[in-house]
Write a protein that binds this ligand. Structure first.
Ligand SMILES: Cc1cc2nc3c(=O)[nH]c(=O)nc-3n(C[C@H](O)[C@H](O)[C@H](O)COP(=O)(O)OP(=O)(O)OC[C@H]3O[C@@H](n4cnc5c(N)ncnc54)[C@H](O)[C@@H]3O)c2cc1C
Length: 534
């Protein structure tokens, strides 16, 4: 597979062309909220890979962090976010997040999201590294599903056009390097071009690059990879957050056991039944990377468990109905039996480099939500800040585009596919093998604990996989092409960063180094990862 401008060859004369004012890619919290905001001024089309609900957002459990409680304030939220970000936060973005968060969440409530209440007052809980109770939740542990439901309902009752089962492959540009639209595989498996005044990528994260992940199948990093191919700058790609506690039963898909469980009092026990976080600052609610590494260490000698028995059994069922039912399905009654858990890839702090208005390094191209990186999460995201990120920066994009979007381009202006291609020679079975191997490499070598030897090995092996793989126009192959592209960039960025900070831990450079307190940046055509000061 070559590092080309387009993932697959396409013929400019053979493509159906559609026009809309603003294109939004993805239907999670970031895409839907941006669409609702911008639909007051523009004709909006959302292109989304599967059905409208399918997203990380739908799976979010614990809640959304926001300084709305009387005991709390945006200053406290700002302080906690910066502390979690391990020296790498973009302070102006954090200020926007903490200060604008309350208004954005009020709008979400006006749009019909029903957060849990007690005695008619919003019910706030706590999670790791929050100094106040500031996490709003819905239906106990089904917060994301409730938010997605409310936003989808609003979109369905609006003029916004939604195209489900539309797989976005690449961005289209003109000769002036301006983004003019996208190339997609439509719901009948035909290539289509959509042209617009602006494109907003809201395609979420890339958890599927890892063997163990809390993320659903759609998270193959397609939007980040498409932006990279188009020449947009990526930032901080080495910073992956591993959630400490996913259900770990052989043969059973990873399923998140929310941090809110530890927030409510569940404790971590090792194979001998001993609590191992008691002497570590923050205990069970220490930052996620600290808890994940402690569990990883304990797993060398046996299974690690999360014990809910410290929470009243009735409360367990009321507060965590989704976790309770899912575990019961596998024969575990969490109110009576400790749950086997282990870390899993959960969130990427890096992504498409954007400013605080969501503008990428390419004209007419914006990004928002998990696929975007404005540095708000620094090297480690504070729990429950990502749903808020999707909301708040959807609004800053809206403010920017409300003033002015680009111009609608003509199809004749689209740069055609001109690249030289090597011939593809792989067999169907290779796809699954290559995908499994990539996920294994990422987990073993580019996971919770990294080092020079493992990263060099990972780089060589991923390059070999790229050599034998050429994607055809089939969704699993297009996804795999994106996964290989991003795997290689994550490895390069992780290799270069010779320190440990937030989600990036190197056993050969185990402490943070002030020299390295800078953002990494990489774009197509660059020989090396470069650095940008904080
Ligand atoms: C299990 C779990 C629990 C979580 N819990 C919390 C929590 O409690 N609080 C919190 O703040 N965060 C939580 N997170 C993180 C949070 O859910 C995500 O970071 C956030 O929802 C991302 O929103 P988004 O809109 O950017 O992306 P997503 O919600 O992932 O949406 C991306 C959209 O893009 C579409 N898409 C992807 N590729 C393509 C393509 N090629 N073409 C067209 N469409 C495409 C997808 O289908 C999807 O519709 C959790 C995540 C998981 C997985």
């Amino acid at each position: 597979m070559q590092d080309n401008e387009y993932l697959i060859p396409w013929d400019k004369n053979n493509i159906n062309v559609k026009y809309t004012e603003i294109l939004i890619l993805g239907s999670g919290i970031a895409g839907l909220f941006t669409a609702i905001n911008l639909s007051k001024k523009y004709e909006i089309t959302i292109l989304t890979k599967k059905n409208i609900m399918e997203s990380n957002t739908e799976h979010a459990q614990g809640g959304i962090a926001v300084a709305l409680d009387l005991e709390d304030s945006p200053e406290f939220h700002y302080g906690d976010t910066i502390k979690a970000g391990a020296g790498l936060c973009n302070l102006s973005a954090v200020k926007i997040l903490a200060e604008k968060g309350p208004d954005s969440v009020r709008k979400l409530i006006e749009l019909g999201t029903q957060f849990d209440k007690s005695e008619n007052k919003l019910n706030f809980t706590t999670e790791g590294a929050h100094s106040k109770k500031r996490v709003l939740h819905a239906k106990g542990d089904a917060t994301g599903g409730e938010i997605e439901r409310a936003l989808v309902e609003k979109v369905r009752n609006s003029s916004i056009q939604v195209k489900e089962n539309y797989f976005v492959i690449d961005l289209l540009k003109n000769d002036d390097n301006e983004v003019i639209g996208v190339l997609v595989l439509d719901n009948k498996y035909k290539l289509e071009a959509w042209l617009s005044k602006a494109v907003i990528i809201a395609t979420g994260g890339l958890g599927q690059l890892y063997k163990h992940t809390t993320n659903p199948a759609v998270t193959t990093g397609d939007g980040i990879a498409a932006a990279y191919r188009a020449g947009a700058e990526l930032m901080d790609m080495e910073f992956i957050q591993f959630h400490p506690t996913a259900l770990l039963i052989p043969g059973v898909p990873s399923f998140l056991i929310s941090e809110a469980a530890r927030g409510e009092g569940a404790l971590l026990l090792n194979a001998q039944g001993k609590r191992f976080m008691a002497d570590i600052p923050g205990q069970e609610l220490a930052p996620r990377d600290v808890v994940a590494r402690a569990i990883w260490e304990q797993m060398k000698t046996g299974t690690v468990y999360l014990d809910f028995s410290y929470i009243h059994s009735q409360k367990v069922q009321e507060r965590f109905p989704k976790i309770y039912k899912t575990c019961l399905q596998y024969g575990i009654d969490i109110s009576a039996t400790p749950v086997p858990v282990g870390p899993a890839a959960h969130y990427i702090m890096g992504g498409i480099r954007v400013d605080n208005s969501g503008q990428t390094s390419l004209p007419n191209l914006y990004a928002c939500g998990e696929c975007a990186c404005n540095g708000v999460h620094g090297a480690n995201r504070l729990a429950s800040n990502s749903l808020l990120d999707g909301l708040v920066f959807a609004e800053t994009i809206t403010q920017k585009l409300e003033k002015e979007a680009g111009k609608l381009s003509k199809w004749e202006k689209a740069k055609p596919f001109t690249e030289h291609l090597t011939s593809g020679r792989r067999y169907k079975t290779d796809i699954e093998r290559i995908r499994a191997e990539l996920r294994e490499i990422m987990w073993d070598r580019v996971g919770i604990i990294r080092n020079t030897e493992g990263l060099s090995d990972a780089y060589a092996r991923i390059e070999r996989l790229k050599e034998v793989f050429v994607p055809r126009i089939k969704i699993p192959e297009l996804e795999l092409g994106n996964m290989l592209t991003l795997g290689s960039i994550i490895v390069k960025s992780a290799f270069k960063r010779q320190e440990s900070r937030g989600g990036h831990y190197r056993s050969d450079y185990p402490v943070p180094d002030e020299e390295w307190r800078k953002h990494s940046a990489f774009k197509r055509g660059d020989k090396h990862v470069s650095y940008v000061s904080v």
